[in-house]
Design a protein around this ligand. Structure first.
Ligand code: C2E
Ligand code: MG
Ligand code: MG
Length: 561
């Protein structure tokens, strides 16, 4: 090659900056004299880029401004982009210039190849830059893009003219199941596009991942936007047929005030409202309230302090007696956890669901079992006859193959008879869990440890369990007798449960009994075992020790709760 120095300049120019038209032009100018170029054109087209959501296409013309050009004197080079697209470069000579020699053509090809690499490098960098703030699938901004934009609004003091939305597509899991992932993705893309089109001015919608979206919408358009996302319709092709798909969303909204320190806060407040709408109020949308915020903070505290509280012995066992209604003898007890924190007694409903989510409830359950075993050992050593005591275990344990051994080892460690322990688990709907539950119950039965199905009648599986599970006890859920009068329908269901349990020789106990009237009804239908406030609320060790010594209740002293 005769023009080493010029080529070196050409490469140096291209490397100077990522890509601007000016840089490209300057680079070509390094060689224009030698090769008599007047203009360079670039056409780039990728129909379905791998790393970008939309078709990628651009045309650029570099006028080198040396003189008029000769359209007939051109050199065209076409190359595949590697993603099914093409790049075409056209070099056009100067008017009146001498045609390129063979050797010169080789040089030009070399120059264009170098330029092609430069373009590929530029494209890669721009894709990476874009992907940092763009959601690849829908082309909406992603979390990063959203935060960046929100931060810009915050800095320019315009954020408070918006309300913040966090929304989630209702039943999108089913859409996935019904149409498969590819079509579901297509639906999501079209959905995103529709929402984007609905925006005005400087509003923004972003996808955080999955079917979760966030948006900043002008305050005065809040209601309008809510009714829009309540039902968005998209059409997709499924096996050559157009399908109409309705996509309702559930939303949480946070009204943005004048002073915002952190946009992340606003997003999390909207998500708190969404959570409440979805899981608590079951409404299509909710505005965040102070109470919701307070609860979210409390929940976070609970999660944060759980481990330390477990180590500090803040969890206490409360016992609630189980009573037979012939002579009102205490025939059993249920161990119920209480979190005693700074003198305040926190009930399990406030923390079990939170620690269940991440599985840490399992540690607590085994801790409770250990405490119960320990208490039983003390009663035995003091000559107080204990009663069979049930311990609640989360279904989360079932997937742990060591779970049965953990229970057996624990009881044996305290050297107490297996007959004193009963394990309560709630019923389950999934086939897989039913299999695990079955295996678990067989192991317990082999070891003489009784098992109970808790809250029976509230789930889906109910009657199948009665027939095929090696279970010993059914605990009928208190919802059946909750109200002042047991409704006719409830009466039919509960009588049949009790009847079947008796015929299958299962123990059946009803919980939540608060009135004599309920006792009479339960006796009539054949349920003689009862647990409820009528006799006693769950109580600490020392109070329950007194009950054990008392052995039975005096009917005269028992008044409706
Ligand atoms: P559960 O196992 O169904 O326990 C019965 C619940 O009903 C207890 O609530 C008990 O205090 C309450 N109860 C008993 N009699 C009456 C009554 O006459 N009226 C009314 N209104 N309520 C009555 P608690 O102690 O708040 O426990 C709630 C739930 O928390 C339990 O329901 C159980 O699912 C869970 N839980 C409690 N302790 C543990 C534990 O150690 N481990 C696990 N995994 N869950 C636990
Ligand atoms: Mg229970
Ligand atoms: Mg229960």
């Amino acid at each position: 090659m005769r023009t080493n120095k010029r080529f070196a300049d050409f490469v140096a120019r291209l490397s100077e900056n990522v890509n601007t038209l000016e840089v490209s032009k300057q680079a070509f100018l390094c060689l224009a004299d030698t090769y008599r170029f007047g203009e360079v054109r670039l056409h780039y087209h990728v129909d379905r880029p791998k790393y970008q959501a939309e078709r990628d296409e651009y045309n650029a013309v570099f006028h080198l401004d040396i003189g008029p050009v000769n359209e007939k004197m051109d050199y065209v080079m076409e190359r595949n982009t590697g993603e099914g697209g093409v790049m075409r470069f056209t070099v056009i000579g100067l008017k009146g210039a001498r045609e390129w020699s063979e050797e010169e053509r080789v040089d030009i090809e070399m120059m264009l190849s170098i330029y092609m690499w430069h373009i590929a490098r530029y494209r890669l960098i721009s894709v990476i830059e874009k992907s940092v703030s763009t959601d690849y699938m829908t082309t909406l901004p992603n979390t990063n893009g959203y935060l960046e934009y929100g931060e810009m609004l915050r800095k320019t003091n315009t954020l408070s003219s918006f309300n913040s939305f966090y929304f989630n597509l209702k039943g999108f899991g089913l859409v996935n199941l019904k149409y498969g992932k590819t079509v579901a993705d297509e639906i999501l893309k079209k959905y995103a596009l529709k929402v984007k089109k609905y925006l005005v001015d400087d509003e923004i919608v972003a996808r955080l991942g999955g079917d979760n979206f966030v948006a900043l919408i002008h305050k005065e358009r809040t209601r309008e936007f809510l009714s829009f996302i309540e039902q968005v319709v998209v059409h997709v092709d499924v096996d050559d047929h157009k399908q109409r798909v309705e996509i309702p969303a559930i939303a949480g909204i946070c009204e943005i005030g004048d002073s915002v320190d952190d946009l992340g806060d606003i997003i999390s407040q909207s998500s708190i409202a969404l959570n409440t709408a979805k899981n608590v109020t079951k409404k299509p949308y909710m505005f965040v309230t102070d109470d919701m915020n307070k609860k979210a903070i409390q929940d976070k505290e609970i999660r944060m302090h759980f481990k330390e509280a477990l180590q500090n012995g803040e969890f206490k066992v409360y016992y609630q007696p189980k009573v037979e209604t012939d002579e009102y003898r205490i025939v059993g007890a249920e161990a119920l956890v209480r979190w005693v924190r700074d003198g305040e007694v926190i009930s399990p409903g406030k923390f079990i669901p939170l620690i269940e989510a991440d599985g840490s409830v399992c540690e607590l359950d085994l801790y409770m079992l250990a405490q119960v075993c320990n208490d039983i050992r003390i009663w035995l050593s003091e000559g107080v006859e204990p009663v069979r005591t049930s311990v609640n275990m989360s279904r989360k344990h079932l997937s742990n193959p060591n779970f049965p051994d953990q229970i057996i080892d624990m009881i044996d460690e305290f050297g107490i008879d297996h007959k004193y322990i009963e394990i309560e688990l709630t019923e389950t709907a999934s086939d897989e869990e039913q299999g695990l539950l079955n295996t678990f119950m067989i192991k317990m039965r082999e070891q003489g440890i009784k098992t109970a199905i808790d809250d029976f009648g509230t789930g889906v599986s109910s009657f199948a369990i009665l027939r095929s599970f090696p279970v010993d006890v059914l605990k009928v859920d208190k919802s059946f007798i909750d109200s002042e009068f047991v409704s006719d329908n409830d009466a039919i269901v509960i009588s049949n449960i009790v009847k079947m349990a008796n015929e299958l020789n299962l123990e059946v106990i009803t919980e939540g009994v608060e009135r004599w009237k309920q006792v009479i009804f339960l006796r009539q239908i054949g349920c003689k075992l009862i647990q409820g406030y009528l006799f006693d609320r769950p109580m600490p060790y020392s109070d329950f020790t007194k009950r054990l010594k008392m052995k039975k209740y005096d009917k005269k002293n028992i008044k409706d709760y």
